[in-house]
Design a protein around this ligand. Structure first.
Ligand code: HEC
Length: 438
């Protein structure tokens, strides 16, 4: 029947590609998650009036694979949150921009997407920092840690989380940590105050954020909300826990404030599996020589209990270039599960379409490359030997990994970093904190 209609329709002229009929559905699917008011982007792409002036820029950005941001090499792994446009979709956007960007008929438009009150999830619980953090106009800022007293009255299982910047101009990235009852981390901290490890060790206490504490939510440009309800899993927050917001701000040239919040979607039924976000393999001992264009840093961790790998998010700073995550099974067989370019401005996370079973004894190996040469336009100083550190001009090399395992397995036992020999600098750092707080 369709063939008959097409034949009857007469001469074969390509139908005009219009905004409402062809372009808007693509923008809704691939772009509006970020390009809408209140999100990380400067310009919304919701209406014809908003999109029309950007037509040429859109053509250039999609042809260069700059938009939507996505760095996974398609040769490795399939991802549930794959943002890439298909060849046909790129054809529609570029064709439209090249042919005068016609509006077409409003009646052809799909219904506008509805974004519930600015969130990308529908939160059951919202926890906001109790007061705004004042930020100076300029200068280097250390990471800030803000304790938020929640005292959750019962054990909670969390299906999804979204950390939303109070002020997207200043919050570069952030994390929200669970602080279980009795933790010594932030033990003397007053709720709502911003503390820095460099200045407030006394109040921040003897433990570290990463020591077995669960990370509930993360924020950085392009990351969006995070889902944990994969294969029936959820994140565990023990009764009586408080939250700690970890915040890295970049000054804007004028005094600012920020009051960031976290939304949580709860799982009411007892989940089958636990989802746990780990720092993953990390090389705290890294040393990148000056004036090198492709310095390699390898880090490794061993899986101690059967689990599945659901998520990867490589983390480096301004010299980060590319990252590969390889798993080496107990049989000796090895497999690259992720490989991709790295761009400091986009700390993207990748959800596997099918979580990868990692039996006990599997080694998880991260292979990172850094460009510490003059040709890296982001390089703050090519003449410096670079070590692990929190600031952007230092480096990091780790890969956050989302693991799913039996609810009865204690989370802190699942991943084992190599022995202290490789981590003498990190151990010294921990010792210095212990000394300082005695
Ligand atoms: C993950 C969030 C995100 C998604 C998804 C996204 N963008 Fe963007 N886009 C940004 C941000 C942030 C900027 C501004 C910063 C920059 O230029 O890197 C931007 C900038 C742009 C620009 C300006 C580029 C330039 O060279 O100045 C264009 C055009 C654009 N986006 C088009 C699109 C289109 C079309 C899509 C969908 C096909 C899309 N974006 C999807 C976040 C996103």
């Amino acid at each position: 029947m369709l063939i008959g209609v097409a034949a009857w329709a007469g001469p074969k002229t390509a139908p005009t590609v219009t905004f409402h009929k062809d372009v808007l559905p693509i923008l809704q699917k691939h772009c509006q998650g970020c390009h809408r008011p209140g999100e990380v982007t400067p310009m919304p792409l919701l209406t014809y009036g908003e999109v029309r002036p950007w037509a040429k820029a859109i053509r250039a950005a999609v042809l260069a694979n700059k938009m939507p941001p996505w760095f996974a090499d398609p040769a490795y792994g399939h991802f549930a949150n794959d943002r890439r446009l298909s060849r046909e979709e790129i054809g529609v956007l570029t064709g439209w921009a090249s042919n005068g960007s016609p509006e077409g008929n409003r009646k052809d438009a799909p219904p506008a997407l509805v974004f519930p009150s600015g969130w990308n999830i529908q939160p059951d619980v919202v926890v906001e920092m109790p007061k705004p953090v004042p930020l100076p106009a300029s200068g280097a800022t250390n990471y800030k840690f803000v304790l938020v007293k929640t005292n959750f009255p019962a054990d909670m299982w969390v299906k999804a989380a979204e950390m939303r910047a109070g002020n997207t101009k200043v919050l570069h990235h952030g994390k929200v940590w669970v602080r279980p009852p009795g933790s010594r981390w932030m033990e003397k901290a007053a709720a709502g105050e911003a503390y820095e490890e460099e200045r407030n060790r006394e109040e921040m206490g003897r433990n570290q954020a990463g020591e077995g504490n669960e990370m509930l939510g993360k924020f950085n440009s392009g990351l969006g909300a995070q889902r944990f309800d994969i294969e029936g899993a959820a994140k565990f927050v023990p009764k009586g826990s408080d939250l700690v917001f970890e915040l890295h701000y970049t000054p804007t040239g004028r005094p600012e404030t920020d009051q960031t919040k976290l939304g949580l979607v709860l799982e009411r039924d007892a989940p089958k599996a636990r989802y746990y976000l780990s720092m993953g393999p990390a090389n705290y001992d890294l040393s990148i020589p000056p004036n090198t264009a492709n310095a390699e840093v390898v880090s490794e961790a061993t899986i101690q209990a059967d689990c599945k790998l659901a998520y990867v998010q490589p983390h480096m700073h301004l010299r980060g270039k590319d990252y590969e995550l390889r798993v080496v099974f107990p049989s000796g067989e090895s497999k690259t599960v992720f490989k991709g370019r790295f761009d400091f401005n986009w700390q993207l996370g990748y959800n596997f379409a099918e979580p990868i079973p990692l039996p006990k004894g599997t080694r998880v190996v991260g292979i990172a490359h850094f460009d510490n040469s003059r040709n890296n336009p982001f390089n703050p100083d090519p003449n410096k030997e670079v070590r692990w550190g929190a600031q952007n001009w230092d480096e990091m090399s780790n890969c956050f990994i989302g693991l799913i395992f039996d609810v009865k397995t204690p989370a802190e036992t699942v991943l084992h970093l190599p022995g202290p020999g490789m981590f003498y600098r990190w151990n010294r750092f921990l010792e210095s904190l212990t000394q300082a707080s005695k």
